[in-house]
Design a protein around this ligand. Structure first.
Ligand code: NAD
Ligand code: GLY
Length: 362
């Protein structure tokens, strides 16, 4: 087992990474304080892993709730179901919520923990690769609004994260690839050596070979932990974790949540961000090709949704948390392995990049 610490003073916490952590009773007990525990999962993950987790918690008063599965259910209405259950069961301030699922379950459970009685403890047990390398770490919690993704939420850190590689064996291949998109992101924004390592090991990761998978998760979590520790509330550096996300969120919202997986939309968004970085004369064409080649080798999409025009992108990108005074800000690379802080890019260049990239790769 490996441990990565997220260093946030009194809000610091461990990320445990290993194979079969799920059955380590002592480890999870160390993070629980009161006797009341509620596991929040969804209807897909429940039959796979809930009983296994319940077996570890037989000394606690455990209840569970299974939300409907899907990004379209990442709503205040779903979070309200968690509140209903917590209130019905008379859960008090020393209770703990456990998120058992992917990023959708994790983001909503964290938000419920942040709000219930003005804040109770919570633990993340991420069961998708994307959640293990990204969403379970760093304390961004929340839900979607019809006018924008993740627009309602709170920064709220968990007490700990358990990333168990064995649960990834039941994950659909498409979801696994979507997680690899966020892993590639870390190489592009922060660590050229990790990018090179990924070029040599992406096939092993996709085959779920444990040593490659564990290292990919560990290095991703180390990078995310370093960035979050330096800038928890995203006043600057943390925004680099959004490489490709401004374009990606536009794709998710514009095509209807659920048509593209988050990681797929981010993969296309990273291709656009590479192209834009080149047009801003930060990286050369070989770097663009290198990034896009790795994305395509993973099996991720790199072409734009035909139904979205450049105007659609610009309209949708206008609703983004990074924007300032109504100006669209995006993350570009200064070089491969090093992202720049968010910057305003004029809409003419954005439109041209989207149109010409679309024409080149349709
Ligand atoms: P998800 O939670 O929808 O999970 C993907 C699918 O896999 C779901 O159908 C789920 O039920 C299923 N699943 C989960 N674990 C499984 C397993 N072990 N075996 C079989 N099926 C399993 O999607 P995701 O990709 O995990 O997360 C995407 C969400 O995360 C988005 O809402 C995104 O906004 C959010 N996100 C948040 C952050 C953050 O910092 N908080 C970062 C990145 C993404
Ligand atoms: N996934 C982006 C962040 O956590 O800041």
């Amino acid at each position: 087992m490996n441990v990565v610490n997220v260093d946030l003073g009194e809000n610091s916490y461990p990320i445990y990474i290993g194979n079969n952590l799920f059955v380590d009773k002592q480890l999870i007990h160390t993070l629980l304080n009161g006797s009341q525990v509620m596991i929040v999962t969804n209807t897909t993950v429940k039959p796979l892993y809930l009983d296994q987790l319940l077996d570890q918690l037989n000394e606690f008063k455990v209840t569970s709730i299974a939300l409907q599965d899907g990004e379209q259910y990442k709503t205040l209405a779903s979070v309200n179901q968690i509140f209903d259950e917590l209130l019905n069961q008379r859960f008090s301030r020393n209770a703990t919520l456990i998120a058992l699922g992917g990023g959708v379950v994790g983001d909503m459970t964290g938000f419920a923990a942040a709000c219930y009685l003005r804040g109770i403890n919570f633990i993340q047990i991420p069961t998708t690769l994307l959640a293990q390398v990204d969403s379970s770490v760093g304390g961004k919690t929340g839900v979607n609004h019809p006018l924008g993704k993740n627009m309602i939420g709170a920064f709220y850190q968990p007490q700990g994260v358990f990333a168990d590689t064995s649960v990834l064996h039941t994950l659909p291949e498409r979801e696994l690839m979507a997680g690899v998109a966020e892993v590639i992101k870390y190489g592009l924004i922060y660590d050229i050596e990790f990018l090179a390592w990924l070029e040599n090991h992406v096939d092993q990761i996709l085959k779920l070979e444990d040593s490659a998978l564990s290292y990919a998760i560990q290095r991703s979590c180390e990078i995310k932990a370093a960035i979050v520790s330096a800038d928890e509330k995203e006043s600057g550096l943390r925004a680099i974790l959004n490489l490709g996300h401004t374009f990606g969120h536009a794709i998710e919202a514009g095509c209807g949540y659920g048509q593209y997986l988050h990681g797929e939309a981010v993969a296309i968004g990273m291709c656009l961000a590479l192209e834009l970085s080149h047009r801003l004369q930060r990286i050369n064409l070989d770097d663009v090709v290198r990034g896009i080649t790795l994305i395509e080798r993973t099996g991720l999409p790199s072409t734009l949704p035909p139904e979205l025009t450049a105007d659609d992108f610009l309209r949708l990108m206008a609703v983004d948390k990074k924007n300032v005074d109504g100006n669209i800000r995006v993350i570009v690379l200064n070089q491969l392995g090093q992202a720049a802080l968010p910057e305003t890019v004029n809409s003419g260049l954005l439109r041209q990049t989207i149109n010409e990239y679309g024409d080149m790769r349709s």
